[in-house]
Design a protein around this ligand. Structure first.
Ligand SMILES: [Fe+2]
Length: 266
C-alpha cells in the first residue's frame, strides 16, 4: 500500500485524536515540496508506534476473548514437544477455554441485566475454569520458543537468586513442584507485590485459585470465622450488611497501581 493511501485510511478509521493530528500533518507534509521523504517516514513510524500502543491498551469486551496466534510454527518446538501436541493443545484445548470464557462472561452479563443470579455458582466456576485456562496458556505459549533466551539475566535473575538462593535451586524447586502437582495443573512462578519477592506455586487443576493473571481489588471473607459468632447461619445477612463498612479507598489505591500492569489483550 502506498504511504498516502495508508495514512488516509488511518485518518478515516482511527478514533484517536493524537493519531488524527499526526496523520493530518503527514498528509500536509506530503503535499509540501520543502518536506523530505525521510521526514514522512519518520512521522509514519511514529503513527505506527502510537497505534501499537493503543492496541496494547485496548480492553477485551465481555465475550470478546480470542485465541492468540502462536508466535512460532507448530513444529518449532520439536523434538521436545511434537507438532501434533502443539496443534491439538493450541487449536482444540486453548480454543475451548476461550469459547468457555466468552460464554461465561456473556451469561453473567445477561444475569446482571435481568437481575437473575440463580446460576451464579455455575457461571462463576466456568469463569474461573476457562479464564484461568485462557490466561495461563497465553503466558505458557509466549514463554517458549525454538530459539530464545534460555536463562534469565538482569533484574529477574537477581530476584530469582534473592528469592530462591540460586538459579539452580529455583529450577529444582520449580521442577519438583511441577512433577508433584496432584492430578492436573500447573507450576507457576509469581511475583508477590506484598512481599516484594518471587514465589513458586502449584495450581491443582487451575480454577481453584481464581483465574490467575488477575489482581484482586476488593475481597470479602465469607469463611465462617468471619461472621458465625454474630450471624450464625445467616451468611446472607452478613454479606448484605458488610456493605455498610466497606472503605473504597483501598480498592481505589490498588486499582491505580494494578492498572500499571497491562498485557497484550487476547
Ligand atoms: Fe494446556
Amino acid at each position: 500500500m502506498q504511504l498516502k493511501e495508508w495514512v488516509t485510511s488511518i485518518q478515516h478509521v482511527s478514533q484517536d485524536e493524537k493519531i488524527h493530528r499526526k496523520a493530518e500533518n503527514l498528509l500536509l507534509k506530503m503535499n509540501d515540496d520543502r518536506s523530505s521523504e525521510e521526514e514522512w517516514y519518520a512521522l509514519a513510524e511514529s503513527i505506527a508506534d502510537d497505534m501499537k500502543e493503543i492496541e496494547a491498551l485496548r480492553d477485551v469486551a465481555a465475550g470478546g476473548h480470542q485465541l492468540p496466534p502462536l508466535p512460532y510454527q507448530y513444529e518449532a518446538l520439536e523434538p521436545y514437544i511434537s507438532k501434533e501436541i502443539m496443534y491439538l493443545h493450541h487449536q482444540k484445548h486453548h480454543q475451548s477455554y476461550v469459547d468457555g470464557l466468552n460464554e461465561a462472561e456473556l451469561a453473567l452479563k445477561k444475569a446482571r441485566r435481568t437481575n437473575d443470579f440463580k446460576m451464579i455458582k455455575h457461571w462463576e466456576r466456568e469463569l474461573a475454569f476457562h479464564g484461568a485456562g485462557h490466561y495461563l496458556h497465553c503466558i505458557f505459549w509466549f514463554s517458549m520458543g525454538p530459539s530464545g533466551k534460555r536463562k534469565p539475566t538482569g533484574q529477574l535473575l537477581r530476584l530469582i537468586e534473592h528469592s530462591f538462593d540460586s538459579y539452580e535451586a529455583f529450577k529444582s524447586q520449580f521442577s519438583a513442584a511441577a512433577k508433584q502437582v496432584e492430578g492436573v495443573g500447573w507450576a507457576i512462578l509469581v511475583w508477590a507485590p506484598r512481599s516484594h519477592r518471587l514465589e513458586i506455586l502449584q495450581a491443582e487443576r487451575h480454577q481453584f485459585l481464581s483465574q490467575w493473571d488477575v489482581i484482586p481489588l476488593l475481597a470479602l471473607d465469607v469463611w465462617e470465622h468471619a461472621y458465625y459468632l454474630q450471624y450464625r447461619n445467616e451468611k446472607a445477612q452478613y454479606v448484605d450488611r458488610w456493605w455498610n463498612v466497606v472503605d473504597w479507598r483501598e480498592p481505589e489505591a490498588r486499582l491505580k497501581q494494578a492498572q500499571q500492569v497491562k498485557w497484550t489483550p487476547f
